[in-house]
Write a protein that binds this ligand. Structure first.
Ligand SMILES: C[S@@+](CC[C@H](N)C(=O)[O-])C[C@H]1O[C@@H](n2cnc3c(N)ncnc32)[C@H](O)[C@@H]1O
Length: 183
């Protein structure tokens, strides 16, 4: 999807998309920093959108690894399904159901969970429950990575994960923060 189309979808569905522009390559790089792609075999992406982060993950991912990408908007899922890569599974459902889909694909935990879900527009309890589900389904050395346009929810992540590292990416519209959370 080009930037204009993303902008149109973003405006139309702002309450679900949470942005009007896709993540820049600088933001994608920042989100994936520190992830050991040689070792990771099962990665979850939350809020795949038009697939910009998805493609970055696939480019780095091991040939035998799997990527489960959750996305609630049908039009974005259609685009994600056009990515021709057998390692990608597009899940047209909410991130709330991580456990169910992990099990369905034969896994108990994910090596890493990369999220662009706009939790700031979620009721706090719903956001907290999804983040707790992520924590509970993360492999021991795994990262839960979350991007946001502010640090407003940093305390939520700090209340759920013992380790939270924050980085800032100015080269994105709008500039963004990335939280690398681990157990
Ligand atoms: C900020 S966009 C990110 C798109 C893309 N990953 C990027 O970084 O440019 C957030 C995406 O999360 C999706 N989303 C919102 N709520 C969700 C949920 N509960 N489960 C899965 N995806 C969700 C939206 O539809 C939207 O595509």
């Amino acid at each position: 999807m080009n930037k204009i189309k993303f902008l149109r979808e973003g405006i139309k569905n702002l309450r679900t998309t949470g942005t009007v522009t896709p993540s820049s390559r600088f933001l994608c790089q920042s989100m994936l920093k520190g992830i050991d792609f040689d070792k990771a075999r099962i990665i979850i992406e939350l809020g795949g959108g038009d697939g910009v982060v998805t493609r970055h993950i696939l480019k780095k991912m091991h040939p035998e690894a799997k990527l489960l990408t959750f996305e609630v908007q049908a039009n974005f899922c259609e685009l994600l399904r056009k990515i021709e890569d057998d390692r990608l599974v597009v899940i047209e459902d909410s991130a709330e159901f991580i456990e169910q889909y992990l099990r369905q694909h034969g896994y108990e935990k994910a090596d890493h969970i990369i999220s662009a879900i706009p939790f700031v527009i979620f009721p706090k309890e719903v956001a907290g429950n999804i983040v707790k589900t992520c924590r509970d389904h993360l492999a021991p050395k795994g990262f839960f990575v979350q991007m946001h346009y502010s640090t407003i929810l940093k305390s939520l992540y700090e209340s759920i994960f013992p380790n939270v590292k924050t980085s800032f990416t100015p080269l994105n519209i709008p500039p963004a923060f990335v939280f690398h959370c681990s157990n």
